[in-house]
Design a protein. Sequence first.
Length: 297
Amino acid sequence: MKKIAFSMTVPSALRAFMADHVRALSKQYDVTVFCNFSDDDCADLFDGSVKLVHVPFERKICPLRDLKCLFLIVSHLRKGGFSCVHSVMPKTGLLAMSAGWLARVPVRIHMYTGQVWVTRAGVWRTVLKSMDKLIAYFATDIYADSPSQRDFLISEKVAKVGSVLGDGSVNGVDCEKFKPDAAARKAVREQFNIPAGAVALGFMGRLNRDKGINDLVEAFTSSHVTQQVHLLLVGPDEEDIEEMIRERFPEVAQQVHFAGYTSDPARSSCLDPNSLFPPALPGAFMDLRSRLGVAHH
């Protein structure tokens, strides 16, 4: 039986984006997942049908730990005789694709789901962009999760992206899960004291600079909004965004709501047809469209 390895930084990415892929392929292949399982072992996802290997990935650049992770992946790939390695996310993309190249894994697939260097300037922008180019160099097959991202990567001379899944997605849309739900819409609004007639804007993703949260908050606070507009931020606060808003923008603090991490994005996405989701998550845009029956802008 041929062996396939998936690599991602954190368990939340496995749960949200790759679990269905892994589960389906495990019926025909021997599948292994490399991930930092220190906070969540994900044992409930696969009933023992998938080998889960802890690799101490960090989102931030940590040279010594990153080298350790590289050697661990190379070792597993060489010993296991893998036929394919697949990665998402920038850090694991660089480590998994280079490890696959070093281990002579014949098929090395990476999916671009966002570029952290877009919000940077100067030396760091150049360094991070070069890392994305290295991912493309070491990979044999390159995908993007939206047509716009494919075009952007090509125009920036980062990678010659081969394909996009469907109209743009990582894991497709479960239309039985993401569908209009008036009761959920009412419950979410009541939970955060958002009036029924108010316009509710939503952001779903990690709250940090890389996801464009600073731009969204700045736009919201400088757009002369009224009391009938509210902003709901759904996701872990990684850069003290809540404290920053309370201190810098007290005049709109009551209109910005923090939901924290959620394991049920379908419920949070039913706020309003005007909801916003970050450009780094086109899958979330599609989920929103399927739920509300509207196009995103």
